[in-house]
Ligand binder design. Structure first.
Ligand SMILES: *[C@@H]1O[C@H](CO)[C@@H](O)[C@H](O)[C@H]1NC(C)=O
Ligand SMILES: *[C@@H]1O[C@H](CO)[C@@H](O)[C@H](O)[C@H]1NC(C)=O
Ligand SMILES: *[C@@H]1O[C@H](CO)[C@@H](O)[C@H](O)[C@H]1NC(C)=O
Ligand SMILES: *[C@@H]1O[C@H](CO)[C@@H](O)[C@H](O)[C@H]1NC(C)=O
Ligand SMILES: *[C@@H]1O[C@H](CO)[C@@H](O)[C@H](O)[C@H]1NC(C)=O
Ligand SMILES: *[C@@H]1O[C@H](CO)[C@@H](O)[C@H](O)[C@H]1NC(C)=O
Ligand SMILES: *[C@@H]1O[C@H](CO)[C@@H](O)[C@H](O)[C@H]1NC(C)=O
Ligand SMILES: *[C@@H]1O[C@H](CO)[C@@H](O)[C@H](O)[C@H]1NC(C)=O
Ligand SMILES: *[C@@H]1O[C@H](CO)[C@@H](O)[C@H](O)[C@H]1NC(C)=O
Ligand SMILES: *[C@@H]1O[C@H](CO)[C@@H](O)[C@H](O)[C@H]1NC(C)=O
Ligand SMILES: *[C@@H]1O[C@H](CO)[C@@H](O)[C@H](O)[C@H]1NC(C)=O
Ligand SMILES: [Cu+2]
Length: 807
């Protein structure tokens, strides 16, 4: 749908002009500007020319103001030159024995990732605080996929310093951020033979039961182009008693464009022992159908062709899996809906080369990496750092079910990465058309891929006021204008929208919303694990838990967690006649050590969790700080000591976890924790070693999440209205009053006996303008997909388009 041309929303303006004086007597001189015209054609200031030859006032540009960041973005992605020089140098190191990705087989070593290594906080702070004039030395973090041996592994190494100088550059194993036993910076790879697994194992097993799959579902999964069935299963693989076990199941492949395969499970499962790299040593361990386990294919086939064998129904695509419009025509729905505009231009400033942003007293830097996508750094409010770092660490989707595939599935999504799947945003849908869009880049097989416009920045006006008060003589009301940074990652079947919001009262919110296709289960015998939602379909229950790192620095790094408890009490007061009164009061305590620093939100939210600086009290003696609280519901993992996860996701066990900040603990997880769940590269529980947390540099690890038991309303896609979790940080005794009083986006109307005597607008210009509708319904045919630049050999002048497959 493309609406073109000028839509003279002067109609709207005219109505406003007409209505305003009728409603109230405007203060003299206030009705000016109502004839001004503003065009907001994608940032292009434009004057409106009338047939009578006159020209209206020149209009505001909607682009963000360009500024220069006060310091370099020390978290910025590697430049094309930096990354390509590292790649070229690595290929010259014989001991790494590397093969270029385009020529590699599953028995070669390749470079999986080249990206910036975030600087140590101990090196960053002197630079950010101005004590040190030079930025921390840059290093590249490289992940090698070593498959040229019987013991395939992923290896993290550090390469630098950058920029590359042949005389000084070197590589070393990266070990300090990890805490694996006998930590060498390597973790075994359980996916080295995934291609062989598809072609020489799963397809062969599929072919061995082709008679049955054709009979049951009129299809095959034999690795042929005309297959209509697919085979895949659990993640992570079972890792018990030194064996690597997988369970797989059959799915119908959709025949049209809609990505509905995860809604089409077929209910036949098989178990394989795939330990080691030699497929001749792998073994098929049995079949499961309708809750009956068969030790061998022969046993299953014999049962299948015996009298009385119960054949269950299939899940088959149809309109129920398609997201296109369907259903009743609701009145007026063909009209374009209400839309936010930015008539006076952007009220924020951006340094696009440093990814630095300023808005209404807030400032921060943005970074972007493969594992977790976007993160924010050095978040300041009114010149004081509040957070050194705020960003996603990991997202877990832990399923359960009576069948081994649902029971065995606990996706740790950074394995796939949020960065590579942060696709171009759709203007007017994901973010307002007038937003500022930034690109993100990531490394794939000696190329740099860029997702254009995959991060958006915009200001919005909430549909409720920030503040109001009415009396018999006046009403005072303030708009709730807030600022948003957003990206969306489509990791497989699910789309996660990540939103960081900043508010004029100094509060900050972190939110995640989920949409996309659920991973569903076959219905048979699954009633205890979800609802039946279609013919043979169960909305497989699962917990989403998403961990965020919030490295607070409240007025310096020496911070303390204070608990403020509302408690029920019976108190006798001097004035209560000697009788106890049932009432409540507050008690305060401090989080002393890491022994007690993993906890959940209190029942009835009766305990406030505050990050304060005890050495910086306000004038009433209360420590200045920020409170941390759920915004919408949050969740931690229901499953205890998960059989799937071992030590790979200890971070998912509580709502709030607090550690002392350490250069050696920059991340809660490693992207390949799933490869060795019992002894993962980062076992979060090892962070907790009893250290004091009083007036120390603290990191809060906070879980957002949802207990998702999909119902019929999750078909065809889950909706973001309710698949939503969030957390908020709010100033508490931090400033002398409500920070939002500064804003001019407020009004006080003075009235008496039905007559308005004064309208105070505090100097904000209320420009009214004629709108060009184009930016609100932008040209969606300009949507591009990935831009790829060859890195090795580096060729910035030959970009091409190639959008990655998601699944
Ligand atoms: C505003 O942004 C658009 C799109 O990036 C650009 O084409 C235009 O030149 C910018 N306008 C100004 C005044 O910078
Ligand atoms: C020209 O036309 C515009 C729009 O109709 C009107 O607002 C303006 O007053 C006119 N100017 C003159 C000089 O007639
Ligand atoms: C891949 O192998 C071919 C044939 O040996 C060679 O010409 C090409 O340069 C190799 N590609 C890379 C990136 O090394
Ligand atoms: C280097 O890798 C090749 C495969 O690319 C392999 O055949 C060879 O054994 C490896 N050499 C060493 C010393 O590991
Ligand atoms: C960062 O800190 C770790 C742990 O103290 C240390 O091993 C490493 O050398 C530091 N990195 C740099 C670049 O100084
Ligand atoms: C570093 O050495 C390589 C190979 O010897 C050479 O191709 C390259 O030009 C050198 N780079 C610099 C910056 O000296
Ligand atoms: C570390 O490695 C040594 C030698 O390989 C082994 O004896 C020891 O058990 C390992 N320690 C751990 C904690 O795995
Ligand atoms: C079975 O599949 C084949 C090929 O995919 C198709 O031509 C045929 O119509 C199908 N039969 C039924 C009964 O669905
Ligand atoms: C699928 O392709 C194979 C090999 O080309 C062929 O033998 C088989 O008949 C095809 N199946 C169907 C249903 O078309
Ligand atoms: C299947 O294997 C299990 C374990 O090895 C064994 O106890 C059972 O008897 C076998 N069942 C059949 C029917 O062979
Ligand atoms: C984003 O990438 C596109 C395509 O390479 C480029 O034209 C544009 O300037 C980039 N935008 C920013 C903000 O860097
Ligand atoms: Cu879900």
């Amino acid at each position: 749908m493309k609406l073109s041309g000028l839509i003279a929303l002067g109609v709207l303006a005219a109505q406003e002009v007409a209505a305003a004086p009728a409603a109230k007597t405007l203060k003299q001189g206030h009705a000016h500007g109502r004839k001004a015209m503003v065009d907001i054609i994608n940032g292009k200031a434009k004057s409106k020319h009338y047939a009578n030859g006159t020209t209206a006032a020149t209009c505001s540009d909607s682009n963000a103001t360009s500024i220069t960041a006060p310091r370099k973005n020390i978290w910025a992605s590697l430049t094309g030159i930096e990354a390509s020089s590292v790649v070229g140098w690595l290929f010259d190191q014989p001991e790494l024995n590397l093969t270029a990705a385009e020529n590699a087989t599953s028995w070669d070593n390749t470079i999986l990732l080249v990206e910036v290594m975030a600087p140590n906080k101990s090196d960053a702070l002197p630079y950010l605080n101005g004590g040190c004039k030079t930025a921390p030395t840059r290093y590249a973090h490289v992940v090698l996929d070593n498959r040229a041996s019987d013991e395939p592994n992923f290896q993290d190494i550090l390469v630098g310093p950058l920029p590359l100088n042949n005389a000084t550059i070197s590589w070393e194993p990266l070990t300090f951020p990890y805490n694996k036993n006998n930590n060498t910076g390597k973790v075994r790879s359980l996916v080295a033979d995934d291609d062989t697994l598809q072609s020489d194992w799963l397809a062969v097993i599929g072919a061995s039961v082709a008679d049955i799959t054709l009979d049951l579902w009129n299809g095959t999964a034999m690795g042929l182009n005309n297959d209509t069935l697919d085979i895949w299963g659990i993640d992570p693989l079972w890792q018990e008693d030194g064996r690597v076990i997988r369970w797989d199941t059959f799915w119908n492949i959709p025949t049209d464009d809609f990505d509905a395969e995860t809604l089409l499970p077929l209910g036949l499962f098989f178990k394989s022992d795939v330990t080691g790299r030699d497929p001749s040593q792998w073994s098929l361990e049995g079949w499961l159908y309708n809750d009956i386990f068969y030790n061998t294919t022969e046993e299953f086939r014999a049962a299948y062709y015996s009298p009385g064998f119960v054949k269950l129904g299939a899940n088959v695509e149809g309109d129920w899996v398609r997201t296109d419009r369907t259903g009743p025509d609701e009145k007026f729905d063909e009209r374009y809906p209400p839309t936010m505009i930015q008539p006076a231009g952007a009220r924020y400033a951006v340094d696009k080369s440093e990814n630095y942003v300023e808005w209404m007293g807030f400032s921060f830097y943005i970074s972007f990496n493969r594992d977790t996508g976007m993160a924010l750094h050095d978040i300041k409010f009114r010149g004081e750092r509040v957070l050194y770092e705020l960003g996603l660490q990991e997202a877990l989707a832990h399923y359960a079910g009576n069948d081994p595939v649902q029971s065995g599935t606990s996706y740790l999504d950074t394995f796939y990465g949020f960065g590579p799947y942060a696709f171009e945003l759709v203007p007017g849908y994901d973010c307002p058309a007038y937003a500022t869009y930034l690109n993100s880049s990531f490394y794939v097989a000696e190329t740099t891929h860029t997702h254009v416009s995959s991060i958006c920045l915009f200001e919005y006006d909430a549909d409720f006021a920030m503040q109001r008060h009415s009396t018999s003589e006046y009403v005072s009301v303030t708009k709730n204008n807030y600022f948003v940074v957003r990206s969306v990652s489509s990791v497989g079947n699910y789309d996660y929208t990540f939103t960081y919001s900043f508010f004029t009262d100094g509060s900050i919110a972190v939110e995640v919303r989920a949409s996309g296709y659920i991973q569903s289960a076959y219905y048979a015998n699954n009633g205890d694990y979800g609802y039946q939602i279609h013919d043979a379909l169960s909305g497989s229950m699962h917990d989403h838990v998403l961990n965020f790192k919030a490295d607070f620095d409240i007025l310096g790094t020496a911070n303390t967690i204070q608990f403020m408890n509302n408690v029920a009490t019976s108190e006798v007061y001097p004035w209560s006649n000697g009788k106890a009164r049932n009432t409540m009061k507050v008690t305060r305590s401090v989080l002393e050590t890491e022994d007690d620093s993993r906890f959940d939100w209190a029942p009835n939210m009766q305990t406030q969790v505050l990050v304060v600086n005890q050495d910086r009290p306000n004038k009433f003696g209360n420590p200045r700080g920020y409170r941390v609280l759920p915004y919408t519901g949050t969740a931690h993992l229901t499953v205890q000591d998960s059989s799937n996860l071992g030590n790979a996701a200890r971070w998912a066990e509580h709502d709030v976890m607090v550690t002392r900040q350490k250069d050696t603990e920059p991340r809660a997880v490693h992207a390949y924790n799933s490869q060795d769940v019992n002894d993962p590269p980062i076992d979060f529980s090892k962070f907790f070693d009893g250290e004091s947390l009083v007036q120390e540099d603290l990191v809060l690890w906070l879980n957002l999440g949802m207990h998702h038991v999909p119902h019929t309303g999750d078909l065809p896609n889950t909706v973001m209205t309710t698949a939503h979790s969030g957390i908020q940080f709010m100033p508490s005794n931090y400033l002398e009053g409500d920070a939002s009083r500064f804003t001019r986006s407020q009004v006080r109307i003075q009235y008496s006996d039905g007559v308005t005597s004064n309208v105070e607008t505090f100097g904000q210009k209320d420009t009214v303008c004629e709108l060009d509708f184009t930016p609100i319904e932008p040209d969606l045919y300009s949507y591009t997909g990935d831009v790829v630049i060859r890195k090795f050999p580096y060729n910035p002048n030959n970009p091409y388009y190639e959008t990655d497959s998601v699944v």
